[in-house]
Design a protein around this ligand. Structure first.
Ligand code: HEC
Length: 179
């Protein structure tokens, strides 16, 4: 990350499978250790990150190659899909499905174990509120929520993400009103 703007500078795949849940620097600061759902710690030499391909592997990370996705789809794949589906069934993910989330009152998908913050919230999800959620970050917009801190700094990335979500299953009751 560029710590001035909090924008991502270098984006790479740090583990073969699944999300990364823990990161730690070596004592001398030259190596970054990453751990996730596998019983493996990956160690990345930071000095060379720009010049080598950390996970050159045959297994694609997503069903589609990132370069074949629209920017909005790529935003969703990288930043949301590990925890959220856009399909009605939702699958087994940490977060509630975002199917028809536009127009949904926060914290109201039946059967999902929401935090108290979302259960008591009067937010209605729309292009505006989802934009605000990732402009401020969940830790500011819905403090106490179980959703981890994450900001999407570039306005066009938020716009593309929201447009993609709307066409890929999230469009609901307020569709059209929120343009
Ligand atoms: C590491 C997991 C994780 C990631 C990544 C994540 N979320 Fe979430 N999200 C959650 C969890 C958990 C909740 C439920 C929060 C609660 O109950 O406080 C949630 C809740 C939400 C809600 C509220 C849904 C509702 O029914 O009220 C929206 C909207 C949302 N996320 C959108 C997104 C978008 C868009 C992204 C990608 C930019 C994203 N999330 C990334 C875990 C995640």
């Amino acid at each position: 990350m560029d710590t001035e703007s909090w924008a991502i500078e270098t984006d790479f795949r740090a583990a073969l499978k699944g999300p990364i849940w823990a990161l730690a620097f070596s004592k001398d600061g030259t190596v970054l250790h990453a751990g996730g759902i596998e019983n493996i710690v990956y160690s990345w030499p930071l000095a060379d990150l720009a010049s080598f391909d950390p996970m050159a592997t045959e297994t694609p990370q997503f069903l589609k190659k990132p370069e074949e996705m629209s920017n909005g789809e790529r935003q969703f794949a990288r930043k949301c899909s590990i925890c959220h589906a856009l399909s009605e069934e939702g699958g087994r993910k940490a977060g509630p499905t975002l199917y028809k989330v536009f127009g949904r009152q926060a914290g109201t998908l039946p059967g999902y174990p929401y935090s108290e913050t979302l259960i008591g919230s009067d937010i209605i999800w729309s292009a505006e509120t989802i934009n605000q959620l990732f402009l401020d970050g969940p830790d500011h917009y819905i403090p106490g929520s179980k959703m981890p801190m994450q900001r999407i700094v570039k306005p066009e990335d938020r716009d593309d993400l929201i447009d993609y979500m709307r066409t890929a299953g999230a469009g609901g009751a307020t569709e059209g009103e929120t343009q």
